[in-house]
Design a protein around this ligand. Structure first.
Ligand SMILES: Cc1cc2nc3c(=O)[nH]c(=O)nc-3n(C[C@H](O)[C@H](O)[C@H](O)COP(=O)(O)OP(=O)(O)OC[C@H]3O[C@@H](n4cnc5c(N)ncnc54)[C@H](O)[C@@H]3O)c2cc1C
Length: 327
């Protein structure tokens, strides 16, 4: 039976949502191919071990906790060495295709001399080979990739998998780094949070994104108000808008920005250029508001509203507030 090693990401010692996604994907893969074991591997500063219970709740049979002060900021070299040293006996090493996962996965793949399937939407395992779907050509094509035999390194796109409860009794084991972080050639000296207490674009179940159709930076207040009405939404933007300085570059979604797959993506005054679609077309439900009925964004939208965003967004905000109050 295939066993899966899932790397569960932390930030500042706390588990990230992508950690639960990686474990959920690993559990589904193991259960879908005979029911092997899922081991979660967590890196973090001292104290991380006290916070790993959610990994067992999402299906990890065992949690390996590797604590070191350097892991407060991550240390790709020693983490990759530790993952590779622990990979024996696992059919798949599963990571998130987050910024950290995109740094780690190729290193692990190289160390194991194993194939890497990166940024996958779905993953299946049959006859010791992994089959995965992966968006390519800026998301216009979904490629089906196959790799094997084991081990295979796989990274899953953030939010492509919904964390699912599958409670196991917590069985945690402390492990030491396989390589001393002090010897790493690259040191992360500082991590700068982009948006204070705001929800991270990669973690938010709802994203309200604005484009040049909002006319001026001040009108992003309408987008922020709609996001606040949802309560669990982050604000994104097109490159046209971030290049003009209306929003910080960290808000940019697209080929040269963030790749997101929220449950709901609301595109406000966004034309739907392929470079923007590349970052959001795998969202589960897409709503587009645009005054041009021919705008390309409507081709990928599940729901379209043709009209002036400056009128529609406040009405939508009021409707969301009313719906929230009614529940
Ligand atoms: C190499 C490269 C990489 C790129 N990477 C990215 C990327 O990562 N992300 C990205 O977003 N872009 C990227 N771009 C830019 C991309 O090609 C587009 O220029 C950009 O996405 C357009 O942004 P926009 O939709 O906000 O603006 P526009 O294309 O100007 O669209 C504005 C839209 O608003 C609508 N509108 C106008 N007024 C209203 C109104 N009152 N109410 C409702 N709708 C209204 C218009 O009908 C129009 O459809 C990249 C380009 C290149 C060349």
């Amino acid at each position: 039976m295939p066993n899966i090693l899932a790397v569960a990401e932390t930030r500042g010692g706390a588990l990230r949502k992508v950690a639960l996604e990686a474990v959920t994907a690993a559990r589904a893969l193991a259960d879908g191919s005979g029911g092997g074991e899922v081991h979660a591997l967590v890196f973090g500063p001292p104290g991380t071990a006290a916070k790993v219970e959610p990994l067992a709740q999402h299906g990890a049979d065992k949690v390996l906790v590797c604590e070191h002060a350097a892991y407060d900021k991550a240390d790709a070299e020693s983490m990759a060495a530790t993952i590779a040293a622990r990979a024996a006996g696992f059919t798949v090493v599963m990571l998130s295709a987050s910024a950290q996962g995109r740094d780690l996965a190729p290193r692990v793949s190289a160390k194991l001399n194993a194939p890497l399937l990166s940024d996958c939407l779905t993953v299946r395992l049959a006859d010791s080979a992994v089959t995965a779907t992966h968006p390519t050509y800026t998301g216009k094509v979904i490629a089906t990739l196959k790799a094997g035999p084991a081990p295979v390194v796989v990274s899953v796109r953030p939010s492509a998998v919904t964390p699912a409860a599958n409670a196991k009794a917590l069985s945690a084991e402390a492990i030491a780094p396989a390589a001393d972080p002090a010897a790493s050639r690259v040191k992360v000296t500082e991590v700068v949070a982009s948006g204070g207490a705001k929800l991270d674009l990669g973690e938010a179940p709802v994203i309200i994104s604005g484009g040049r159709g909002l006319k001026e930076a001040a009108n992003f207040k309408l987008v922020e108000d709609l996001a606040a009405a949802f309560g669990n939404a982050a604000v994104g933007a097109t490159r046209a808008v971030t290049d003009d300085g209306w929003r910080p570059h960290s808000d940019q979604i697209g080929q040269t920005g963030r790749l997101v797959s929220p449950d709901l993506y609301v595109a406000v005054g966004i034309s739907g250029a392929i470079q923007h679609l590349a970052g959001m077309r795998t969202s589960k439900t897409i709503v587009a508001i645009n005054k041009d009925a021919e705008a390309p964004i409507f081709k990928v939208a599940d729901y379209g509203i043709v009209g002036d965003a400056l009128e529609i967004v406040p009405a939508l905000t009021a409707a969301v507030r009313a719906a929230k109050q009614a529940h």
